[in-house]
Write a protein that binds this ligand. Structure first.
Ligand code: COA
Length: 580
């Protein structure tokens, strides 16, 4: 039976998007209301008349005027019995070996209602955000589908079960995650930074300024060798915008930092996350730069990495660009383009563009652009302009790689320009857990570039491209493949996906008609270029983007400001709230 399900969420985040797309694919009728105020939720329930309210990501209780009238399923990122708003934070900090997700029915107590379904998973040594987007999402999907199927099958009470006594775990405070640089070993420092990753970060200080730290990576023994005599807590070097900091038994690279706000800072006026070495640019410039080569041992962290696989004549090159949050600022784009040009010199038959582990790419770096607005002699419009040109240059380098086959591999989600960058390759492969947001308009009606006006219609046709862009909806990888937006969707476990991709690429590199495929691609590119040069697509897109950045309509700047400052939503976008 198909159900009318109202998705009630604090924001339409990755988990909400995944559940939305999966439930719709199973024939349920979905509408979304962001949790803005009790009266708004009440109104949404009255308008949509859902059989079920599903709350995948809430920061407040469901109003008492709603849950007694309509069954409300809450997705809690903890196993049965776990209660409290920092479930995953505690699990990561305490390095739990296993964790889980519970779907329970709201009954007025926080996380305490009857349990409809739950699913367990093994923990990975990774950040809270990475676990959330991968293991938690997979378990949440499994448990939610189970609960929804039960409900759709006519069950109206949760199944009887023998569950552990509930334990309330309080919100995690900064003192619970504070790093003691003079005592904490690297594993402890990593666990504390990882459990705060994304939000809220670990409150610490850099060069005497209070700030929140995040995006930590363990440093290798080889890198630390020259800093063996340094004091724990000392800042040592810079790489890819990250700061290397000594621990008692090693060191960590700190990728992101946000200055602490003075008490009473108004919403939208506070500080936001930036690359740590850019935020403290003056102080960091006194530290030595320690860039890492593209080819290096696995334990040596840096954003870009290149590996090669297979025999001569059927060789696969694999370029990953693991940029925090998939945000591709100007400088990152420039480094990526330089790497692309360098690996093009290698004798490979297939080049894989692997994006990052967590995100393939989310397009231009909105935080870095916001930062430019606060810099003397610079502006958000200017940085947006530089950034989109640099993104386009990366896409162009991919499009102009015509002497071999190129494949974009989406291991994690992709949004806006990040999706269209992927389309610049000959093929796009994705893992089934990936959610794509192949549209720009949600960011203040941004027109978009990355040659999308060339790349999208050639896959979907003019009408299909228009529909996708206007729909502004998240898409599962499987749906993207069905539409022809991507070419392959792997439905094996996420663990091992990279290996399966390389095997597939090796087969492509060694295929009997590889040279015919390359010749066909070259012919098509030449014909397309004769029909309309890439430069013209770019020029036309950038003319529209110029208006977005510099024109009289400030929508993009307003939307970016809201996004970067994480301002609460004032209303639910109408394309999601179909009941309105
Ligand atoms: N620039 C800077 N930061 C970005 C970013 C971007 N383009 N895209 C995402 N992020 C950050 C988010 O602020 C968030 O930061 P946090 O670590 O402080 O929480 C983090 O990445 C994860 O993003 P989130 O929105 O929580 O992920 P999601 O999977 O729920 O949603 C998107 C994915 C793509 C829908 C959403 O991030 C988005 O709309 N991004 C902007 C895309 C865009 O408009 N790019 C510019 C045009 S090309």
């Amino acid at each position: 039976m198909s159900l009318r399900i109202l998705l009630l969420c604090h924001s339409f985040n990755s988990l909400s998007q995944r559940l939305y797309a999966e439930l719709r694919a199973r024939g349920h009728l979905l509408s979304v209301e962001l949790d803005i105020a009790d009266s708004v939720t009440e109104e949404a329930v009255a308008l949509f008349r859902p059989y079920l309210v599903l709350a995948p990501f809430l920061k407040r209780r469901i109003p008492a005027s709603v849950w007694p009238r309509v069954p409300c399923f809450v997705v809690h990122p903890g196993p049965p019995g776990d209660q409290g708003p920092s479930a995953l934070d505690w699990a990561v900090r305490d390095r739990q070996p296993h964790w889980g997700v519970t779907v329970l029915q709201a009954d007025g107590e926080f996380d305490a209602g009857p349990v409809w379904a739950h699913a367990a998973f093994d923990m990975r040594p990774a950040t809270k955000g990475s676990l959330y987007r991968r293991e938690v999402t997979r378990a949440a999907l499994q448990a939610t589908l189970e609960a929804v199927e039960r409900f759709a099958g006519g069950e109206r009470t949760a199944p009887p079960s023998d569950l552990p006594t509930p334990t309330w775990n309080p919100p995690m405070k900064q003192s619970d995650r504070a790093v003691d640089w003079s005592h904490d070993d690297t594993a402890t420092v990593m666990a504390k930074l990882r459990c705060a990753d994304g939000q809220p970060g670990v409150l610490d200080a850099l060069w005497g300024q209070a700030c929140y730290l995040g995006d930590a990576h363990e440093a290798s023994a080889a890198t630390l060798a020259e800093f063996a005599d340094r004091t724990p807590g000392e800042l040592l070097a810079v790489r890819d915008g990250a700061l290397l900091r000594r621990t008692v038994d090693g060191g960590v690279w700190i990728g992101q930092a946000r200055l602490a706000d003075p008490p009473g800072t108004a919403p939208g006026q506070g500080h936001f996350k930036q690359a740590a070495a850019e935020l403290f640019a003056t102080d960091a410039s006194a530290l030595p730069q320690r860039p890492a080569p593209l080819v290096r041992p696995d334990d040596e962290w840096a954003e870009l990495r290149y590996t090669e696989h297979g025999p001569e004549g059927a060789r696969v090159g694999c370029l990953s660009f693991d940029f925090c949050n998939g945000a591709m600022g100007t400088e990152r784009c420039e480094r990526l383009r330089a790497a692309l040009l360098a690996v093009r010199e290698r004798p490979t038959q297939v080049l894989l563009l692997m994006g990052g582990e967590g995100f393939f790419s989310n397009g231009i770096d909105l935080n870095r652009i916001e930062a430019a607005a606060h810099r003397a002699g610079d502006s958000a419009a200017d940085e947006s302009w530089r950034n989109i040109q640099a993104m386009d240059d990366v896409a162009l380098a991919v499009l102009q790689t015509t002497d071999r086959l190129t494949v974009s591999v989406m291991r994690g989600n992709a949004g806006a320009g990040g999706v269209f960058l992927a389309l610049a390759a000959d093929q796009v492969w994705a893992h089934e857990g990936v959610v794509l947001n192949p549209h720009y308009k949600n960011m203040g009606n941004l027109y978009g570039s990355e040659y999308w006006t060339y790349l999208l219609p050639r896959r979907l046709g003019e009408a299909g491209a228009r529909e996708l862009m206007a729909g502004r909806l998240p898409l599962r990888a499987a749906d993207a493949q069905r539409l022809g937006l991507i070419d392959a969707c792997d439905d094996g476990l996420r663990e091992g996906y990279e290996n399966r991709v390389i095997q597939r690429a090796l087969a492509l590199a060694g295929s009997y008609n590889h040279s015919e495929q390359v010749a066909a691609k070259q012919a098509r590119r030449a014909a397309d270029e004769a029909h309309c040069p890439l430069a013209r697509y770019r020029e036309q897109e950038l003319a529209r983007m110029h208006r977005n950045f510099y024109g009289f309509d400030p929508s993009y700047h307003v939307a970016r400001h809201h996004f970067v400052h994480k301002l609460p939503h004032a209303w639910t976008p109408r394309h999601l709230a179909t009941h309105r």
